[in-house]
Ligand binder design. Structure first.
Ligand SMILES: CC(C)(COP(=O)(O)OP(=O)(O)OC[C@H]1O[C@@H](n2cnc3c(N)ncnc32)[C@H](O)[C@@H]1OP(=O)(O)O)[C@@H](O)C(=O)NCCC(=O)NCCS
Length: 251
């Protein structure tokens, strides 16, 4: 596996940043890129924490086949207390900690993307092993991930707390991405019901989803983990994405 692929950080090779951004762009639905916290901080990650922005390249072609983004956090409470607003909280807190000079003691994974056509080849596991090593090398007390279960969008009406408990016959999680975590010894801590908040006008949501929202109500939208709430009177659409905290104490 590692002979076929090379793992590099943006600190080691800043020239990979553009290709990494393209892998992320094509892996995620448009509306997720419009999270307000992401809008404020995402473009600063490579500059602030280049050692935790990861590219996996095909060793022969040099092409980027997977990416991972992570941040350092200062956290002195039990991991069981990681907050409800998981992803948004982690990204904003990393930059707040940096500004306040707080020494980090955790690594928090923010995203993993595998290029289309390269999925199902074990790259997800390779990326998680890389994040665990990064946390270990920094002597962090743990690696934590406000994970986005990859198949939840097919079950948008199921409660996340139930969905993460669904199991296959072999006892592993039903969700493919949670299976990757389980095999890497990550354990599900608790659901974070407000991991991301994405707001826009009705016209923006119509553009992002290629749908029409003729009246107020909750709508099932492609690639969203739960329905989007549209309010035509106030011209707002709100999507609050749930996630699940996966923890790797002392990786
Ligand atoms: C989810 C994702 C990271 C998994 O990575 P991967 O490299 O394909 O993972 P693996 O090869 O280890 O496969 C893990 C499992 O997912 C399954 N899988 C892979 N691609 C799949 C797909 N498109 N649909 C359904 N299952 C899929 C594999 O068959 C495997 O199942 P198994 O446990 O029964 O063997 C990758 O598919 C992806 O980038 N998805 C889009 C972004 C995303 O959802 N990121 C995760 C949240 S941060």
């Amino acid at each position: 596996m590692t002979e076929r692929y090379a793992v590099t950080t943006i600190e080691e090779n800043p020239a990979l940043a553009t290709e990494v951004a393209e892998v992320v762009r094509s892996a995620w639905p448009t509306f997720m890129r419009l999270d307000a916290i992401a809008g404020k901080y995402w473009s600063e990650l490579d500059h602030a924490f280049p050692e935790l922005q990861i590219a996996v390249t095909d060793a022969q072609s040099g092409e980027v086949v997977a990416s991972a983004h992570a941040v350092p956090l200062s956290w002195n409470a039990p991991l069981a207390d990681l907050p409800e607003n998981g992803w948004d909280w982690a990204l904003a807190k990393a930059f707040g900690d940096l500004e306040d000079g707080l020494p980090p003691n955790l690594v928090c994974g923010l995203e993993v993307s595998i290029a289309q056509g390269c999925r199902g080849k074990g790259l997800g596991a390779l990326v998680m092993q890389t994040m665990k090593s990064a946390a270990k090398n920094r002597r962090a007390a743990g690696l934590v991930v406000p994970a986005r279960p990859s198949l939840k969008s097919r079950y948008p009406l199921a409660a996340m707390a139930s969905y993460v408990r669904w199991r296959n016959a072999d006892g592993l999680p039903f969700d493919p991405w949670l299976r990757v975590h389980a095999r890497q010894n990550g354990s599900i801590a608790h659901v974070c019901d407000h991991a991301m908040r994405i707001e826009g006008t009705v016209a923006q949501w119509e553009e992002w989803t290629a749908m029409r929202f003729p009246e107020s109500g909750d709508y099932v939208v492609p690639d969203a983990l739960v329905p989007v709430t549209i309010d035509c009177d106030s011209d707002r659409g709100v999507y609050v994405e749930p996630g699940v905290w996966v923890i790797y104490p002392s990786p």
